[in-house]
Design a protein around this ligand. Sequence first.
Ligand SMILES: [Zn+2]
Length: 760
Amino acid sequence: MRVTAAVACLFALTSYAVDAGHVLRGYTPEDSATEVSWEQKFRAMPDADRIRENMRRLSARPHHVGSPYDKDNAEWLLAQLKSYGLDAQIEQFSALFPTPKMRKLELLGPEPFTAKLQEPPIGVDPTSNQTSEQLPTYNAYSRDGDVTAPLVYVNYGRPEDYEVLERMGVSVKGAIAIARYGASWRGIKPKVAAEHGAVGCIIYSDPRDDGYYRGDSYPDGPMRPAEGAQRGSVMDMPIYPGDPQTPGVGAVAGAKLIPLDKVQTITKIPVLPISYADATPFLKALEGETVPEAWRGGLPFTYHVGPSTAKAHLALAFNWDRKPLYDVVARIPGAKDPDEWVIRGNHHDAWVNGAEDPLSGTSPELEEARVLGQMLQQGWKPARTIIYCFWDGEEPALLGSTEWAETHADELRQHAVAYFNSDGNGRGYFRAGGSHSLEAFVNDVAKDIQDPETKMSVWKRVRLVDIAHGTQQERTEIRSRGDLRIPALGSGSDYTVFVDHLGIASVNLAYGGEDEGGGQYHSVYDDFYYYTHFMDTTFSYERALAQTAGTMVMRMADADILPFQYADLADTVHLYVGQLKSLAEQKRDEAKERDQEIGEGVYQALVDPKKTMVPPPAEAVPPYLNFAPLDQASDDLTEAAKAFDAADAAAEGVAPEGLNADLVRSERLLTDSHGLPNRPWFEHLLYAPGMYTGYGVKTIPGVREAIEQKQWSEANTQIERVSAALEHEAELLKQATKLFPAKATTEIAAEPGMHRSEAQ
Ligand SMILES: [Zn+2]
């Protein structure tokens, strides 16, 4: 029997530990008691010192794709997993991974300058001097190029920044765009610059965003020093991630490669990341008007939009080689349902030494595997198969996870129950994003993990922190809604292929928010010295991550009925549909207002003869969209979810034949094998990285992006597709509900309190 609401509330107030009377979602009372006792054993075992030692070992040398230490780390991980008694192997793939052959950036004209393009060793930091093994600062999958042109400052380089430039009468056509890091994924910056006619792109780290403006600079503090630069991929991953030459299929030996000149995802213009020390002369050379206030960075001079009279010269050439990828995969066979797979992953490759990204996630993951090995020796037998993955090649383009999942796509579509990802970790609050059928599950687990600092549950702590930082509306919702909302996943880590391509329910999790992280992101200084001085220095949140992810894996692997819950999913869909309607209305209002202002002569009144001001063009007022199918599907899903969750709760963990197979399919039904418009690899109809946000998620992306891009008939077409998928999901839940014994279904359906408040 499920614990009553009153007991649950009281319980949450008094203790973080699992109470003996508490029955886990999806478990019979007996199985729940057994599971709780194994989970408590599990959570007692992760050892902060071992996690620290894992990190020290794995971060000792640079270990990017194709480097000697990348392979060495994979072999070491394999040996560790075997020593824990696990059945492990390395699965090898290959992928296109360009590395720099030549990088040159100069300012020509009266005050010439050549960018150093180097992060110097720092005395106190013992691995920062491993220069012969470090990858130079560059953006992977920039095209080769040699351009000489004036500069234009484009702020963060998002589409809306170009609208501002247009109004100021400034064009990047034929220019080199200089953008600052932040606010959007870096790959969007050269993409949008090229769409506006720029011939090259420079991306620099402004101290306002991750340097001295935020805190003390490294090595006195955690923030980026003057010569620190951010490496990173600029591949057009919103089209498809993974090996650019084998979209949709695994890059195994003998795979057919599409030729380099046919690859869609390499940038259209050359792009290079630089430090603010290198950027300063280029920014100072900009002329023209002063930038708008929101565009100002933290450097001590006036920022101008440009263009510059002095020209910049950017020349880049790369080795376009294919490099080996070493994914390390360990399998614990399920004792009862070996054909249902629970998958856990974190990448092991880094841009350089990568202590924070990724090893603060990899090191706890390895500790989880060790502890699970111990538990197996003590007699624990997971019901389902558990697969622990240590991915290679995440940094360039999610290469290792994508090629593995594409290779095993048919098996995964059939067998995968859920995927749990992490990718770095810090000190602070529990954060998780993911599939909303797992929202209740994520909340359940977080209630059972103790926060190392406050000793309250990590769930309670983040709930209170969100109340403290929320708006009035958010506070009201948090206080009235049982589960904390989890955000949808965009992209930027290895869950992408699982959720977006294959429709496998996924969760991404991490702790953070208390350490001033991010300052050394993708630089040579993200290393063991940095992490152990400025991040989770006691490794207590590293231990908490192992406890949290391991508990999720165990609880999912052992459940009698898979602990999916659909009221949260239906509530979230309802919320998204409301957002889409407001967005369409907002576009209509904006167009009407603009046309009215043009008619009134507002723009003539604003003309300042000393400045350039271009009025916006008049625009047709968008038509009304037909949201009726989405409203209907959203209602049908809500009804079906309510009935299913009630029947599920009443079943007390006794699984009818065939039920779990239906639940495994439930996330798949939210996909469409034809994919999203212009990017068929992305098959999920509720979640995708935005075409112009990169990592940032677009929910119900087919409809939302059609509205944003003012493609009104496309929006109506996409509404029909999403509605059809939601109706199928509702139908599946109705069928699944019928599998439960009739008595339980009717009895519980009348129980009050199952209905959730639907927040907007
Ligand atoms: Zn990472």
